[in-house]
Design a protein around this ligand. Structure first.
Ligand SMILES: [Zn+2]
Length: 468
């Protein structure tokens, strides 16, 4: 991450020149209002009460489940109560799946139970379970390269550890095993996949998550193993004897069904057709209450819009809060949104998503033309006192936001400290007690500065490069 930060100093110099050429990008009066909003956000505890409400009154809300239905109703009611001008839903179609049981135990040479969970949309074992020898791979690439005879009839065990980092950059390399492992195992005739959980904790919880299942001819059961249990298998294998594991798994694939993107707007006073989108995802995995992923994000963007709606006048442009459905199972809500709105993507001035837990924001990235860096610099004047540094110009816009960026929509990302995020991510342990109310206030303070100034600024960012 150092490299882009250093590259940016060149950009900063360019931005200073632009600032000199076009004296002011944002009006001083707007900056003053943003400062008041920021300071109000630091005092309010409403964001915490929104995530508390979502986790207590709805809880787990995996796409296409009853919990998801309750979340959609909750979000609409909450946004109405908070004073949004328009609240509506847009239907999306989702694949549905019912999680049953997942048991695993070592049967030889040292019989003992293992803590596992099915990966999303995973298959079942035959009735009564299956028993097979495990074969270990350092990562999914090693499995992909292995000859089929080494894997056939066995349980492929991918034992890749995830590195802890503030940026979360260890996630991609580890998550590759989750997304591609089952397909690789099935194609080589394995009996099942066991995956060291994609996480940074040493707790005895397994981390679920999505995998690629489309077009896999004979899907096999796929289970994540808690980190201590992966250590246990590793230690048994070192003793040089075959390790036999019994799996007993039952899940059900269901017919496709509806879910919804839930949308709330603070309608612009001058250019209502121009839109700043701030998003989060409403769905969660089904084992925790989704406090960090992504209840905190839902709370942050809702509270940001509430504070702006409380001002004596509406912002110049429309601020649109989009609570995306079915993010966890493949960015489904965002993809269907972009498809359904292909003709009005031009009107989206900027997109940003909060979906990285509830840690403090430490860095501000953009994806805007260099000629507009002066606006980001002005935002930075209000963000810096919150402990936020300027990052690079390669903002992804967040997972759902990236789907818009791929269409050339400008984006901004307020990076949260993700050091602990993957201790809880996709586990039963993703619960409200992990959310620090003070950090959440700092988040809203940063979001309200960025969102308000984007709705008020002169001109727009045009379209941007979709390259990474
Ligand atoms: Zn998420």
């Amino acid at each position: 991450m150092l490299k882009p930060l250093m590259n940016f100093s060149g950009g900063l110099a360019a931005a200073l020149l632009v600032t000199a050429a076009h004296a002011v990008a944002l009006k001083q009066e707007d900056i003053s209002v943003a400062e008041v909003l920021r300071d109000r956000a630091l005092e309010s505890s409403d964001a915490y009460s929104h995530v508390e409400s979502l986790t207590v009154e709805v809880g787990p809300r995996r796409a296409g489940t009853k919990g998801d239905e309750r979340a959609v109703a909750w979000a609409q009611q909450k946004m109405k109560d908070l004073g949004f001008d328009r609240v509506y839903t847009e239907q999306i179609d989702v694949k549905r799946w019912a999680r049953g049981h997942a048991h695993a135990e070592v049967t030889a040479p040292f019989p003992q139970p293992l803590v596992v969970t099915s990966l999303g949309y995973g298959a079942s074992t035959p009735e009564g379970g299956l028993t097979a020898e495990i074969v270990e791979f350092a990562d999914v690439d090693a499995l992909l390269k292995a000859p089929a005879r080494k894997v056939k009839g066995k349980i492929a065990f991918i034992n890749k550890r995830m590195e802890r980092a503030r940026t979360g950059e260890g996630y991609g390399p580890a998550a590759a095993g989750r997304s591609k492992g089952m397909r690789a195992a099935a194609e080589k005739g394995a009996a099942a996949l066991l995956l060291r959980s994609v996480g940074t904790d040493s707790d005895r919880f397994a981390h679920t998550g999505m995998m690629s299942v489309d077009g896999v001819e004979n899907p096999v059961p796929a289970l994540a193993l808690s980190a201590p249990d992966a250590n246990l298998l590793e230690a048994m294998l070192k003793r040089g004897k075959p390790v036999q594991v019994k799996l007993n798994v039952h899940n059900e694939a269901l017919a496709d069904g509806p879910s919804f993107n839930v949308i709330g707007e603070v309608v612009g006073r001058e250019k209502p057709e121009e839109v700043v989108i701030i998003g989060a995802h409403l769905d969660s995995w089904d084992e925790g209450t989704g406090a960090l992923d992504d209840g905190a994000g839902v709370a942050v963007v809702m509270e940001t819009a509430r504070l702006i709606a409380e001002l004596p006048q509406r912002p110049r442009r429309t601020l649109r809060v989009v609570l995306f459905g079915a993010e966890e199972i493949g960015l489904v809500g965002a993809k269907q949104y972009v498809e359904a709105h292909a003709n009005d993507l031009e009107k989206i001035v900027m997109v940003s998503e909060s979906d990285f837990g509830a840690g403090k924001i430490w860095r501000f990235d953009t994806r805007i033309p260099e000629s507009k860096f002066a606006i980001a610099d002005q935002m930075m004047q209000l963000l810096a006192p919150l402990g936020i540094k300027r990052g690079d110009n390669k903002a992804s816009g967040g997972p759902d936001g990236s789907v818009f960026v791929a269409q050339g929509v400008p984006a901004m990302t307020l990076h949260q400290d993700g050091t602990d995020y993957f201790d809880y991510h996709h586990t039963p342990n993703d619960t409200l007690d992990k959310v620090d109310p003070e950090n959440l206030k700092q988040n809203v303070a940063a979001w309200v500065v960025m969102s308000f100034l984007a709705t008020e600024m002169e001109g727009d960012f045009g379209r941007v490069s979709t390259e990474h």
